[in-house]
Each structure stands twice: as C-alpha cells, then as structure tokens.
Design a protein around this ligand. Structure first.
Ligand SMILES: Cc1ncc(COP(=O)(O)O)c(C=O)c1O
Length: 411
C-alpha cells in the first residue's frame, strides 16, 4: 500500500473537460512555470538511502527512473485519463506498444481473444501472429455483426478488442453491445479510440474497460511524434500494466509526452474544426459524378450513421474514404485513384492521419498493401479507394485539390 502520493493540481472537483484539457497534470515545480516543464532526465535523485528503498519498494509514490516514472509523462497520463473519463492511464512509446502492453498485461498462454477483423493492420498481425507464438488464440469477427462476437465467445475468452471507426472503411461498432458480451463472458473490452479521440467518443461511458490510443494521431495532432497510451481502472493499471512497463520498458519519452500533453490542450477545438470540414468535404464528394461511393459516418448514407451519431457526440470524425468511379478492371481503378492522389497540391501523400495537415493515401497499396488481393477484396478495400484525413486548411483549397484530379480523369 503506497502511503505517500504524488500531489495533484488544485482544481474544483467538478472542473469540466475543457478545463481539464489545459489544467490537469501536476502542480508546477518550485519555479512556478505556467507552461508545463519538460523533465528531460533519466533518473531522479533520492534524498537518502532509506527513502530510495521505500520508493523502490512502492511504499512511497515518487519519481525514480524515467522507464516507469517521469513527471512530464505523468502529466500527460493524468490529462488523457481525465479526458477519457478513466481513473488512470499509462503512456507508451507508440500506439502499437500500448496494444503490446495490453496483451502482455492481461493474457497468458491458453487464453482466447476476440478481435474485429477491420482493425488496424499491425493490430491484426500482433494478435494473429505475434501473440499466437505465445499460445494466445485470436478469433477475428465482423466489426458490425454483434452476433458473430457473441458466437465467438469461449470459456477461455479473456479479451474483446475493437477499434471504432475503422480505417479506411469507417465502420462503427456498437461499444455498449460489445461491453455486454464481454461482461457476460467475464472478459475485458478494450477499444482503440484513435480515430475519434476523447473529444468525440469516450468508450468507457459505453462500458469499455480499457481505451487504447495512438498518440501519434489526434492527441499530438500535428504529426510530430510517435506515442501511445492505455487508459482504464487504476487498480488494473497498477496490478497488470505497471509491472510490465517496469520490466519491459515500452515507455514514452518525456519529450514526446510533453508534445502530446500540449497537443491535448487544443484537441477539442481541432477535432471540432476538422470534423466539420470532413463532413462538408464528404457531402461535396458524394455529389461529384466521378465518385462512386463515400465512406463517412457523418453521412446519412453510412450504414451505421445513427449509431455513430449517438456514440461519437454527433460527429463523423475527420477521416473519410471514397471510391473513384472507373471501369470494373482493378488496374484501371488503381490508375484512377493514383491520378486523383497525384493531382493534389495541398494534401500530403502520406499514410498518417490526425494531423493539422490533410493527408491523402491509397489504402490498397499502403496501409493494406501487405494483404493479398483476396484479403483486400474480403475486407472491402478496393483499388479505387482513396482515404483523406482532413486537417485545418481552408476547405475550398481541399475541394479544389481533389477536383483537379477528379475532373481530369479520362475514361
Ligand atoms: C487505429 C490505429 N491504432 C493503432 C495504430 C498504431 O499507432 P502507432 O503508429 O502510434 O504505433 C494506428 C496507426 O496508424 C492506428 O491507425
């Protein structure tokens, strides 16, 4: 039992999210800095040997060694936990290492996982290939068909894992329904909240036990760092994840934590502006004759539109995909998608998302390029598909950027 605790910032108990986004963290240091300090130090001096012993034995909470405790990282963890409505948070070196920590903390040989088959490609590889090496079996199921999740439950099911909305098809899962299945199975539900961020969606409010983040995306929000985090109940974090972090060291660097910490201050207004622009761009694309279909949860035509609006604070988020109209031939579809991407002058051709700079990518040859054509077809990721993660540029410039390619498509 830890007796001495690291102090908290003095804030009203009912401080609201916008306030917590800029104020939650740690009290200022002895120098009274107004912007949070960056503690670039690998270790912390201890006042005497006995105190050091108490701190290493977890009898006293204090900063010891930056593989598992650093004030800048703690500030980021506390702020993100507050925004997610979680008791606690543990920051990791990347979004993937947050999922690695999740698996290492919760699973052992003989356990079973149910995972949406529409999650990020590296997540599929981590569960399907890497964890399998250690005797953990994963069943991949439909993102949207709750009965498939229910049928996949086994006596040894320990974890349900979903991501919502997904990349690039923007499929939305029903978090509350999955949470009921997880509870019935005595398993944990973890949701990757990378696409919405807590500014739009707070999975814990819908019954998720744990929330995963790639801080690389909207939390930083300006495409500067690789970062990750896992949010959830404090006791679970202390018992299951802190020991793994201490032994395995997938820690977030203080510098990257500081960048994310400052990014969180503007998260809500960025998400609001980028999502509003994405909705307008999606509506515009839907009206273009050269566009066959638009995937965006904010559109009434999206199959899970109502669910998305309820679960995502009435917003579709800032990522959309569309299919360029072309002849049925796959090679021709790919040529048309490349044509649209290559005519852009403002958008960045890059697979990242969550940046203030709009990014454009061809999922079939980048993020999903490792899949076979058959797997891609099954997943609905066609050669004519283009994904846009909308940033903060003027919407008129973004429309003109896409129009340049669309109107010069040749049959
Ligand atoms: C939904 C989702 N989860 C996790 C990750 C992995 O995050 P990172 O690149 O920070 O490891 C990504 C990366 O694109 C992602 O899109």
């Amino acid at each position: 039992m830890t007796e001495k605790k690291i102090p908290r910032v003095k804030l009203p108990a009912d401080a609201r999210l916008a306030t917590l986004a800029v104020r939650e963290g740690l009290p200022a240091s002895a120098w009274g800095e107004n912007s949070e300090a960056l503690f670039l130090t690998s270790s912390f001096r201890q006042p005497d040997a006995a105190t050091a012993a108490a701190r290493f034995a977890n009898e006293e909470e204090a900063f010891i060694y930056s593989r598992f405790t650093n004030p800048t990282v703690t500030m980021m963890e506390r702020r993100l936990a507050a925004l997610e409505g979680a008791q606690g948070c543990i920051a990791t070196s990347s979004g993937m290492s947050a999922i690695l920590l999740l698996g290492m903390g919760l699973l052992k040989a003989g356990d079973h996982v149910i995972c949406s088959r529409s999650v990020f490609g590296s997540t599929i590889m981590l569960f399907g290939r890497e964890f399998a090496k250690f005797g953990v079996e994963t069943t991949f199921v439909s993102q949207t068909d709750v009965t498939e999740w229910r049928r996949a439950v086994k006596p040894n099911t320990k974890l349900l894992f979903a991501e919502s909305p997904t990349n690039p098809l923007t499929e939305v899962c029903d978090i509350r329904a999955l949470s009921e299945i997880a509870k019935g199975a005595g398993a944990w539900l973890a949701v990757d909240n990378c696409f919405c961020s807590p500014a739009l969606q707070r999975p814990i409010e819908y019954g998720a036990d744990l929330v995963i983040h790639s801080g690389t995306k909207y939390l930083d929000g300006q495409g500067r760092v690789i970062a990750g985090a896992l949010c959830g109940p404090e006791a679970l974090i202390d018992e299951k994840f802190v020991p793994v972090m201490r032994s395995a060291g997938m820690s977030l660097s203080p510098f990257n934590a500081w960048v994310v910490l400052k990014g969180l201050e503007t998260l809500a207004i960025r998400m609001q502006a980028q999502s509003a622009a994405a909705l307008q761009l999606a509506q515009w694309l839907e009206a273009q004759p050269q566009v066959e279909r638009v995937y965006y949860p904010g559109l009434a035509s999206h199959p899970q539109h109502a669910l998305a609006m309820a679960q995502q604070s009435g917003s579709g988020g800032a990522v959309l995909s569309f299919i360029v109209r072309s002849a049925a031939d796959r090679a021709e579809a790919r040529r048309c998608a490349f044509h649209v991407i290559d005519r852009t002058q403002v958008c960045s051709i890059t697979a990242n998302l969550g940046d203030t700079k709009t990014t454009i990518t061809h999922p079939a040859s980048t993020s999903h390029g490792r899949l076979t054509e058959e797997q891609r077809q099954a997943a609905g990721i066609t050669q004519g598909m283009v994904r846009v993660a909308v940033g903060l540029e003027d919407l008129a410039d973004l429309k003109a950027d896409l129009q340049r390619g669309l109107e010069t498509l040749t049959a």
